[in-house]
Design a protein around this ligand. Structure first.
Ligand SMILES: NC(=O)c1ccc[n+]([C@@H]2O[C@H](COP(=O)([O-])OP(=O)(O)OC[C@H]3O[C@@H](n4cnc5c(N)ncnc54)[C@H](OP(=O)(O)O)[C@@H]3O)[C@@H](O)[C@H]2O)c1
Length: 247
């Protein structure tokens, strides 16, 4: 694991210990609903290389990616990202760390989709260590919803799309207030427009990609939101890990 250094606010501290690094991201009161997003971007703002985020990841990014999963009650991912990245069942390695923090061995996996073009027989569902959640809307296809209900808890969180406030309320009501999302850009766009995001963890990878890569936030309408910088972590390879919270 690479050594990371908190370079802001000062004085900084360094660590290569996963528990200590996760502590940098821990919230004071886990009972309060908190929605955190995590993305990796190139220095020129691209979120993919050849359609995937993997080409941007560095050791430091993987360390923080894992730390954020370790702290989560629920990990929320948009169906587009699941299809593009080929997500399997959600299972974290840091089981002992989670137990030491008083958390269940595994977080819950929540998938956001309107179309529900999800295979109930895929390993995401059949090999899930914890029954997943599908977050959808009233307008979703009733037949697909019924089929997915055999393998997941299907929650309606809005009329035409999943809405941020309804999603937060539904997950908090199920005892999952610490919500962590790994994107993607369209889901982030909707949640920002709904003013539902508390924190953005953004890794800036020391790379340039150019081309047609999208940004971390997608959607037709511009959305201006101010952020407050909570910390900056740096790694020896030039990776920067920025933590922003609501201004
Ligand atoms: N660099 C990074 O950190 C990072 C992180 C994540 C993803 N990515 C990349 O981003 C790309 C995918 O982008 P994307 O914007 O398509 O991802 P996305 O937001 O995960 O997927 C969009 C899809 O998710 C569902 N969805 C999102 N918001 C919804 C809402 N409010 N209500 C109902 N359904 C909603 C819809 O699925 P249905 O079509 O099923 O209705 C929608 O078509 C991939 O190339 C991936 O590799 C990069």
């Amino acid at each position: 694991m690479s050594e990371l250094t908190r370079v802001w606010p000062m004085p900084g501290e360094s660590s290569s210990d996963s528990m200590a690094i996760a502590d940098w991201y821990a919230v004071e009161d886990r009972s309060q609903p908190w929605l955190r997003m995590n993305f990796v971007t190139s220095a020129d703002g691209g979120v993919t290389v050849d359609g995937l985020s993997g080409g941007l990841g560095t050791d430091a990014d993987h360390t923080v990616f894992d730390a954020l999963r370790t702290l989560a009650d629920v990990i929320i991912v948009g169906a587009g990202t699941i299809r593009a990245e080929g997500y399997g069942p959600m299972r974290v390695d840091a089981v002992e760390e989670r137990i030491a923090r008083g958390l269940p061995e595994q977080p819950v996996f929540a998938i956001v989709s309107h179309r529900l073009d999800l295979d109930p027989e895929s390993a995401i569902f059949t090999e899930a260590p914890v029954r997943p959640i599908v977050l959808t809307c009233d307008a979703a296809d009733a037949g697909r919803r019924a089929r997915l209900s055999d393998v997941a808890d299907v929650l309606e969180c809005g009329a035409e799309r999943v809405e941020g406030a309804a999603m937060r309320a539904a997950l908090a009501a199920r005892g999952l207030p610490q919500m962590h999302s790994e994107g993607g850009p369209h889901l982030f766009g909707d949640l920002v427009r709904d003013d539902a995001v508390d924190e953005l963890c953004l890794t800036v990878s020391p790379t340039l990609v150019g081309g047609a890569a999208t940004r971390i936030l997608a959607g037709d309408d511009q959305t201006l939101r101010s952020l407050s910088l909570a910390h900056v972590v740096a790694a020896g390879d030039g990776t920067l890990l920025l933590r922003y919270v609501r201004a």
